[in-house]
Structure formats: structure tokens, C-alpha cells
Design a protein around this ligand. Structure first.
Ligand code: HEM
Length: 455
């Protein structure tokens, strides 16, 4: 955007003319994009003489004069200032007004801004739109991530006019219906990571519950029963239990809704009945669940990598060696122990490798380059394989300790045993769904077959 003030240029008659009310960030950025799309832009302002920093090539006039120059008028003004439009009712008769305004919070006013605007100038055709774009996006043009513009309004012709302008600006406009939908469009920019909310709650709840469970079991138990202070373990050992457990459970929770949906379709014998709301919401946030789970797995790997440099690990390793030297003893190399540790570590590494692949392919720039078949192969087939590898890693880590009674302090199972419950259930259910006769029925249902309807 140029910083010099705007000279009053003769209005071009060749290119189509649009008017923008409002010379703030949004108005100026919109004006710039409109000019770049080939429109002649007239700004309407209360004080046209004092308007600075408007895009090169734009004109600025008073509201009345500006309103007369174009059929399409963008209103890039806060709702509190709409009053200035009332005296312009005659000039705005039959014109299309695009309302770009947003609010600071949901339900700030009894009716949507666009509906309020329509009530102030009933002779005009109000269309809500462009409010989901930031000034930055308007200035820099559409990119893959923010190409969509939502619009709504009561008159089809008015919406088509706005749709055409949006398309010429490089956006893809989606008609959301009548003006009564404008409340939803105005609430849209106020949403704060809506799809992350449930996964964040699950992650926080699981982390807190596990932390206290393991704190009591692993640290308080030693303090109370043996007067041993091992509280330092909170920092790394405990964290390195909580992170992988949360990660494994959340990974399983990514695949559980898909399995439940298959069972529901199998039970109903049709794919044409909608899923319950809770299942829909759960399925919609699987990507976020998976990405958070991957974050916890990363932490687990980092905590594992630093193990050899921890003071208490180095101390006990040296102590053990010194004790062996003093007693003039050597330890026998145990091939089975080596097999055990190598195998669980190897499964962990393979699982983590696939986990990262799942995370990468869920990024829009990567997933957009994949066909639906490729995407579902990675996310479903490789996803279940990842869950299987991580579950085997944990089973192998547990090894024979599952049978050791001393592991059940205060009759409570260790964390890794708890972590295996959900993944094992998901994998068993999936195995059932993969059996040939069940798989055949599910495939037929997904191709449109309905029990009791088709032959
Ligand atoms: C435990 C290594 C990836 C889940 C462990 C332990 C090690 C380890 C050394 C034992 C920790 C201890 O003694 O306190 C690795 C390596 C990985 C990897 C090197 C990959 C580079 C994963 C992944 C998951 C996972 C991707 C699944 C999300 C677990 C679980 C435990 C565990 C649930 C048991 C935690 C406990 O209660 O002590 N892993 N791991 N690991 N790992 Fe992994």
C-alpha cells in the first residue's frame, strides 16, 4: 500500500466502479485488492480532504457523492457508526451494500450487524460477506489457506454481484443462504481454535489425572512405605511416563470413533442415517487429537534421549560398577535382556517414524497433494499400523513385569498397563471389522446397500 495521500483522479469509465465506505485498515486493504482486480474504487469518507494512505489509483469523495458513483458499496465501518447511512437512504435505494463488520464478542447485540444495517436502509440490498478475511489477507491476496469468502443475503441478484467481484479478486465465494445466517458469519472470526478445544481438554484431563496417579503410586508410595525421597523423579521420570501414556491413549482415541462408526453402520445396516452429534464432533477433531498426541510422543522421545546424561542414572551406573569391582564380580551378559530392550526400543522407533509420517500427511499442503485413496491409505491403514507398533512397544516394555506382584503398589496397576486398555480395545475391534464376512458387509453398506431395502 502506498503511503502518499491520494490525488483526485478522473473517474475511469472503462472499468467497473465500486465504492468503499470506510478508510480504516480493512477498507484500505479491500480497496487495494479491488484495484488490483481491475475495479475503479471510490472511497466514501466523512472528511475526504484528510484521508491519507489510500491505495494508489483510488478516489475519495464525501459519502453522498461516493454513494452515487457505484451500484456496489462495501461498508467497512464499525456497527456503532452505521447512523451516517440513514440520511443516505435515497442515494442507497436499490444498491447492494456489502457489510464487512465484525464484533468484539458473541451476542454483543440483539441482532446481527447485517440485519441491523438492512433495517436502517430498507431500500438497499444488504449482503454479508468478506468479514472472515483479515486486512493482511486482503492486502496480500488469497492463498491456499484463506481463499474462501462466505456470503449471505436475501436477494439472489445482489449475492451474484458480490460473488462475481469475489471471484475476480481471486477468492472462492460460498453462498451461506439468507441474511439470517449473518450472525453465524459474524461469530466465525471470534472462534478460538474450535476444533482444538475437545482434544486440548482430553489432553489436559489425561495429563493431570495420570500425573497425580503416578505421583501417588511412584513417589508418595516410596516416601510413605520406605521413607525414601525420590521426589526429583517428578521432573523427568514421571514426565517420561505421563507423555507416552497420554500419547498412546490419544492415538487410540483418534481411531476409536472410526471403529464405532463402522459398528453403528453395521448395526443399522445403512450408511444413510446420520451419526449422533457427539460421534460427529469426535470424528471432526481426529486430526487435532493426532497432532497433539504426536507432540506428546515427541516429548517422550526427547526425555528418553536425555536419559544417559541424567545425574541419578550416571550415579547409579558408576555405583554399580564400583560395587562389582569391590566384590570382584562381573555381571553375566543376558541375551534375553538384550533382546527385550532392543525389541521394545525398535518397535518404539518404528512406531514413532510412522507417527511422524501421519503428522506430516495431515498438513493441508501435503494432504492436498494426495488423492483420496492415498490419504485414506496413510491415515487409516498406516495409522492403525502405527497404533499397533506403539502398542507392541508398550507391551514389550512391560514384558514379564505384568506378572510381578510388586508392580501393583497399593494394589494399583502401573501407568503403562493403564495406557494399554484403550489401544488394545481399538485394535481388537478393528481386527473384528477386518474379518472377511464383516468387512464385506461394511463395504457393501458404504457402497449404498441397505439392509431390508436392497436384494
Ligand atoms: C516407555 C523409548 C516411542 C509409548 C519407553 C521407555 C523407553 C522408550 C526407553 C521406558 C521409559 C522408562 O523406563 O521410564 C522409546 C523410543 C521411542 C519411543 C526410543 C522412539 C524413538 C514411543 C511411542 C509411543 C511410546 C511413539 C506411543 C505413543 C511408550 C509407553 C511407555 C514407553 C506408553 C511406558 C511408559 C511408562 O509407564 O513407563 N519408551 N519410545 N513410545 N513408551 Fe516409548
Amino acid at each position: 500500500m502506498k503511503s502518499e495521500s491520494v490525488a483526485l483522479l478522473p473517474v475511469s469509465t472503462e472499468c467497473e466502479r465500486v465504492c468503499v465506505f470506510g478508510t480504516g485498515d480493512i477498507g484500505r486493504s479491500l480497496g487495494l485488492r479491488l484495484i488490483q482486480a481491475g475495479y475503479s474504487v471510490i472511497f466514501g469518507s466523512r472528511q475526504p480532504q484528510t484521508c491519507n494512505f489510500l491505495p494508489n489509483g483510488a478516489q475519495v469523495l464525501g459519502h453522498v457523492e461516493a454513494a452515487q458513483t457505484a451500484h456496489l458499496i462495501f461498508v467497512a465501518v464499525q456497527r456503532e457508526h452505521y447512523d451516517f447511512l440513514v440520511p443516505l437512504a435515497n442515494q442507497l435505494e436499490g444498491k447492494v451494500l456489502v457489510d464487512l463488520s465484525n464484533n468484539l464478542k458473541k451476542n454483543q447485540y440483539p441482532e446481527a450487524n447485517a440485519e441491523y444495517l438492512q433495517s436502517l436502509v430498507p431500500g438497499a440490498e444488504v449482503v454479508k460477506g468478506f468479514n472472515t478475511l483479515s486486512a493482511w489477507t486482503l492486502q496480500n491476496g488469497p492463498s491456499d489457506a484463506n481463499r474462501q469468502v462466505y456470503i449471505c443475503g436475501d436477494r439472489l441478484e445482489a449475492k451474484q454481484e458480490v460473488l462475481a467481484v469475489a471471484t475476480r479478486m481471486g477468492f472462492s465465494a460460498l453462498d451461506q443462504g439468507s441474511l439470517s445466517k449473518s450472525r453465524d458469519l459474524e461469530d466465525f472470526p471470534l472462534q478460538l481454535f474450535p476444533l482444538w478445544r475437545l482434544p486440548m481438554r482430553i489432553a489436559t484431563g489425561l495429563t493431570a489425572a495420570l500425573f497425580f496417579y503416578l505421583l501417588i503410586r511412584d513417589i508418595l508410595h516410596a516416601y510413605i512405605t520406605q521413607s525414601k525421597d525420590i521426589s526429583f523423579r517428578v521432573m523427568v521420570s514421571l514426565a517420561n511416563k505421563v507423555c507416552p501414556i497420554v500419547s498412546l491413549v490419544m492415538l487410540a482415541l483418534c481411531y476409536l470413533p472410526g471403529v464405532l462408526a463402522s459398528f453403528l453402520q453395521l448395526y443399522r445396516g445403512t450408511k444413510y442415517r446420520p451419526f449422533p452429534d457427539w460421534l460427529d464432533r469426535w470424528m471432526l477433531c481426529r486430526k487435532q487429537l493426532g497432532l497433539l498426541a504426536l507432540g506428546f510422543a515427541f516429548l517422550h522421545v526427547l526425555y528418553t534421549v536425555i536419559m544417559p546424561i541424567r545425574y541419578h542414572v550416571r550415579f547409579w551406573a558408576t555405583e554399580r560398577t564400583v560395587a562389582l569391582i569391590r566384590q570382584n564380580r562381573t555381571n553375566e551378559f543376558s541375551t534375553s535382556a538384550a533382546w527385550h530392550s532392543d525389541s521394545y526400543l525398535s518397535f518404539g522407533i518404528l512406531g514413532f517414524g510412522l507417527y511422524v509420517l501421519l503428522g506430516i500427511t495431515s498438513l493441508p499442503s501435503v494432504s492436498n497433494a494426495l488423492s483420496w485413496r492415498e490419504f485414506s491409505f496413510v491415515q487409516s491403514k498406516l495409522g492403525h499400523l502405527t497404533l499397533l507398533l506403539c502398542t507392541i512397544h508398550t507391551y514389550l516394555y512391560g514384558g514379564i513385569r505384568f506378572l510381578n506382584a510388586s508392580m501393583y503398589k497399593w494394589y494399583s496397576p502401573p501407568g503403562y498397563m493403564l495406557s494399554l486398555v484403550v489401544p488394545t480395545v481399538v485394535l481388537l475391534l478393528k481386527l473384528f471389522l477386518l474379518t472377511p464376512c464383516v468387512d464385506r458387509t461394511i463395504s457393501r453398506i458404504r457402497q449404498g446397500w441397505e439392509r431390508g431395502v436392497n436384494k
